[in-house]
Write a protein that binds this ligand. Sequence first.
Ligand code: ASP
Length: 330
Amino acid sequence: MNRKRIAIGALGGTISMMADPSGGVNARLGAKEVANSVPGIEDLAELDLVTLHKLPSGSIRFEHLFQCLAWAEQEIANGSAGVIITQGTDTLEESAFFLDIFWQHPEPLVLMGAMRSPETPGAEGGANLQASVITACDPASRNRGVLVLMNDEVHEARHVRKMHTTRVNAFVSPVFGMVGVVQEKRVQYFRPTVRKPVLPVPLEYTKKVLLLEHTLSDDSDVVGFALKSGYAGIVVAGFGSGHVSVSMRDALIEAARQVPVIVCTRTGAGSTTNAVYGYPGAEIDLQQNGILMGQWLCPRKARLLLGAALWNGYNQEQIKQLLGHWGASQ
Ligand code: ASP
């Protein structure tokens, strides 16, 4: 059988973590050790295995992800049918979405990890890697942008969230659900994936976006501090369907005269509303005062999209349009 070529880049995370003298686990394995522990994986595809980093995922920075992107693009240029990145699960939903903003190829880019380290009973990293290779090889995975593979479930980068600290079924796409499953060594999809406008890779990415979770009776002075410290955009994880207190409203309206401001929901599922509530600090008032609503996009992902837009020099109208695409239900 003519095996497809699949590139696997390892970034670290629990899938690569072994016991160390600290008494805990730490990222020690590279791509070869992770892949070679999966029986029969070489029969599925011709694997190109590269260790990019050995990091816990909380220490991944944008520069690592741009490096990953450049490596993955080179692998596609060299003839890979798909690319897999193994990383820690803690920030996997953000890495996946970040790469989705820039991934312009029809070939699948699959991000995956493990909840249990290799020495733990029931470690599922090998099964996740095998399912990722199956997914990356399948023509039905093309034109879906970046996918997340965990626990035999395929999720779209735009919708997936880590929603449990330790369980193997920690990854969920609230409201939308998984887009496919891997079963009997093949991937089966439930719907097409709607691709969104991809942004050019920026020349520089120094502009910072603040993500602020709004909480009961909090102070809005942090908004002024952020502007003074040079933040170029603000995303607020707001109450309910996109609401803030009167004092936060005043601070955000002032901020929106200087930088783009997006209000999302902190609830974890569902869209912000557009025209339901009319009180000061609710969506009608916020929009009338130049604030954008995140719609279906979770605050973490809105922060990444706004950053990518600012790095590309987008103005308020272009950001609104971009958010219209990426924040839509479809
Ligand atoms: N708990 C994490 C993981 O699943 C550690 C990390 O994100 O690096 O990989």
